[in-house]
Write a protein that binds this ligand. Sequence first.
Ligand code: EPU
Length: 430
Amino acid sequence: MEKFVVTGGKPLSGEVTISGAKNAAVAIIPAVILCDEPCQIENIPNISDVSLISRILQQMGANVRRINRSSLYIDPTKIRTCNAVTDLVRGMRASYYLLGALLGKYGKAKVALPGGCNFGVRPIDQHLKGFEALGATTQLVDGAIIEAECDNLVGTHVYLDVVSVGATMNIMLAASKAKGQTIIENAAREPHIVDLANFLNSMGADVRGAGTDVIKIRGVEYLHGITYSIIPDQIEAGTYMCAAAATRGCITVKNITPKHLESISAKLREMGVKITEYDEALKVDASSAPLKRCNIKTMPHPGFPTDCQPQFAALLMSVPGTSIINENVWDNRYQYVSELVRMGAQISVEGRLAIIEGGVPLTAAPVKATDLRAGAAMIIAALEINGTTEISNIQFIERGYEDVVEKFRALGADIKKVYFTGDNEQELGA
Ligand code: EPU
């Protein structure tokens, strides 16, 4: 079994370079299906979710190969099936983008219901509502497979009942080659939605308004091959910013877009952390003033991102006073709290609220990553503690964080990945 072993108690210092955005990559890779020529995608993070979606495309016949560590060549012209019903597909949430891309390109799709991190119910009714509005029929087969089909997709108005990142992007994909104009109202506005629109437009699509809550897509017949570089990962950056604050360190976070991080920077500033913005970097300095408690309410972009909520919980448990988190996006994103409690944290959960009594003594304890961002929170908590913490279930962390051990080590953290076999422990790489 692989684990991370973290000995904390030291402030982080130095520089970290942020990788490409996971949630943009896992949409843009399947979006290449729509293209009528090969594409090259750059600034791709080297994470297991990217490997998984790449292998799914390969299984369908696409030629997908790594040109180098952060670039993928994808030739979708050899795709020979619209069926994606395999365990690989079930293994990740973003496989739902296959539905929009296959429907947009071939007019049919058969895709296993997606898996991914478990935050309770994760419906895709808004995705299906969008496909149906465009003229497709959809059905759930055997409770596990979505089948969608149409003769022609025709542009239409879709009003989303909830602000959904996945539904917004999936409808954009399906509408890119539909006849006429599609208007998505109450659309999500995350930076990766703008990135997907920029990617589609670079291929010749006509998508306007991405980044606002009304997106207009006029379908086109042909999409040509391009080389495209995806945006930096806002949440990876936020995670390192949080870790710097939690250890009262001072770090520079490079290869980022400061605008994408405004809600995270604002919260850290409110807590007393000094943030200095540069063109493509941020300095996060928590080394001087004592930090203050704060409250957080997660919201769709440009609100505070739910994907940084667990990391902030880990930070707030080190800050004296009562902080309250209100999780407003997912029903059940506090599964990690019981792990932090094993370390001595005083956190109680009441419905959507987590009430954190910060500043209490913490002790090292064996903990597990209950999902991707929960795993990031475990690393941050472990870095706060004078002692050695073992974190298991690290496959969740590796789904979304490239070179997490190497990056934290470069910031001075004492973290290693080890393979445990009974009594023996063997370090794996750096
Ligand atoms: N929802 C519906 N119906 C739908 C779709 C969503 O009710 O058809 C609800 C969800 O239950 C949730 C809310 O709408 O309460 C928002 O869900 P959304 O569709 O925006 O989430 P998603 O697209 O499935 C993506 C990210 C998540 C991130 C959310 C919110 C990917 C692959 N996943 O999920 O990222 O939490 O947006 O920003 O892009 C992560 O990276 O750790 C992660 C979980």
